[in-house]
Ligand binder design. Structure first.
Ligand SMILES: [Zn+2]
Length: 148
């Protein structure tokens, strides 16, 4: 549904983790989060059941497990060129050719919420513009969303 609140809810949920310390593989707001942890917890906060697969590799050229995860019906692929325009979209970016990183868009410029290792914290800040988007999804858990 175009006008559902799922993205707004995801963005609000992610905002709660701004300021949480960065921890590689971290899955707890108390002890630290990485980018996948931030996204997982934000999704779980708004009722998503399930984890982004443990054992994913953010440094794998083929990120098959991650790609498989986003084939779930709650995730709808969207145009990467307009992904930053709306708050609450999920983006996968490439800080370098071998690495992927996840963020939740803020709907302002290139801003997004993500666990940023460079500042050791979850931030809402402009993403480096040399981190191209390689995938973008809209999360929607509305009952009518499947098959859209
Ligand atoms: Zn929805």
């Amino acid at each position: 549904m175009q006008n559902c609140l799922c993205r707004a809810k995801l963005f609000s949920a992610a905002q709660k983790y701004i300021g949480t310390s960065f921890k590689l593989w971290g899955r707890s707001a108390d002890t630290g989060l990485d980018c996948v942890g931030t996204l997982s917890l934000s999704l779980q906060n708004i009722g998503f059941v399930g984890d982004i697969p443990i054992g994913y590799s953010l440094r794998q050229r083929s990120n098959k497990r991650i790609s498989d995860f986003f084939t779930r019906p709650e995730f709808c692929p969207i145009n990467i060129d307009s992904a930053y325009h709306v708050a609450g979209n999920i983006i996968m970016v490439r800080p370098d050719a071998r690495q992927v990183h996840f963020a939740i868009t803020a709907g302002r410029g290139l801003s997004a919420i993500h666990a940023y290792h460079a500042v050791q914290s979850v931030v809402c800040a402009p993403m480096p513009d040399n981190w191209p988007i390689s995938g973008a999804w809209k999360y929607c858990a509305c009952p009518t969303s499947s098959g859209q």
